[in-house]
Ligand binder design. Structure first.
Ligand SMILES: Nc1ncnc2c1ncn2[C@@H]1O[C@H](COP(=O)(O)OP(=O)(O)OP(=O)(O)O)[C@@H](O)[C@H]1O
Ligand SMILES: [Mg+2]
Length: 256
């Protein structure tokens, strides 16, 4: 269970999060949409502790995140896996080593710390990383350097890395924005398979409404830092879409 209560964040005098309330049950898959600048990434970064809110609460698995307590942040980050648009892998090391770094929990100190700790993984972690590479379908690339992989393969590595810490929640911020349509579909299928088979809660930021409609039962829309729609996807009408994105003309994005 993930609960967000009246979350507020001010950047440069602007309410980027303006009282966000959201409750996501364990095992749910939620698409997060909204115009550019509406606060989606900021919300994701508040949930994983990289942005400290001005007020409000985030609870993961019933526990309130205490942003001023390093141990509380560390515990929370162990429960949360992140997937990014640009994969955020260490390009010059192997696929397997990248996946194993997921076992270190969240590191925000950068690449040097990661590379200096590569010697410390044990047999069990190595086997788990190989298992996960199999699960995401690229075990044959385990010993390749990441910079030799395609975007879709890189995203699979990133997903395996996120799974390494057995997260309760996966937060994916535009995970398919840099991929072609076919690869995008496969990566989304993989994320939803993880959601179904491993019962991992997923919040996925997406821009294409047809993709949302095809894959997610629930959609949450942010607009000016507030939740302006939170319902079953099939209730997302043209009128809602016009309201969320402030379209001035008719669009064919999604027909209700
Ligand atoms: N660290 C920061 N310092 C100052 N302003 C910030 C910071 N992070 C985000 N913002 C501002 O907050 C607003 C919301 O940004 P955010 O990245 O959350 O939007 P978004 O919904 O993810 O947009 P997009 O769809 O383009 O990714 C923007 O106006 C952005 O400039
Ligand atoms: Mg964003």
């Amino acid at each position: 269970m993930l609960t967000i209560e009246n979350l507020r964040k001010l950047f440069n005098g602007r309410n980027v999060l303006d009282g966000v309330n959201l409750s996501v049950r364990t095992g749910e898959a939620v698409a997060l949409i909204g115009p550019s600048g509406s606060g989606k990434t900021t919300l994701i970064r508040t949930i994983n502790g990289f942005v400290v809110p001005d007020s409000g609460k985030v609870l993961v698995g019933g526990k309130v995140i205490n942003y001023s307590n390093k141990e509380s942040l560390r515990q929370m980050r162990k429960k949360i896996g992140m997937i990014y648009q640009l994969f955020n892998l260490v390009e010059r090391i192997s696929v397997l080593d990248n996946v194993m770094t997921g076992a270190l929990g969240r590191l925000d100190k950068g690449i040097d710390l990661i590379s200096s700790t590569l010697g410390i993984f044990n047999k069990k972690e190595r086997e788990k990383a190989m298992e996960l590479l199999k699960f995401v379908g690229i075990e044959d690339k385990a010993f390749e350097r990441v910079d030799r992989l395609s975007g879709g393969q890189k995203q699979r590595v990133a997903i395996a890395r996120a799974l390494m810490q057995d997260p309760e929640v996966l937060l994916a911020d535009e995970p398919i924005a840099n991929l072609d349509p076919k690869t995008s579909r496969k990566i989304l299928e993989l994320l939803l398979k993880i959601n179904m088979e491993k019962d991992i809660t997923i919040i996925c930021v997406l821009h294409h409404l047809d993709t949302v409609k095809d894959n997610f039962n629930r959609v949450v829309a942010l607009k000016n830092g507030r939740v302006c729609f939170d319902e079953e996807t099939n209730r997302l009408s043209k009128k809602h879409i016009h309201n969320i994105y402030e379209f001035e003309e008719e669009t064919e994005y999604l027909v209700a």
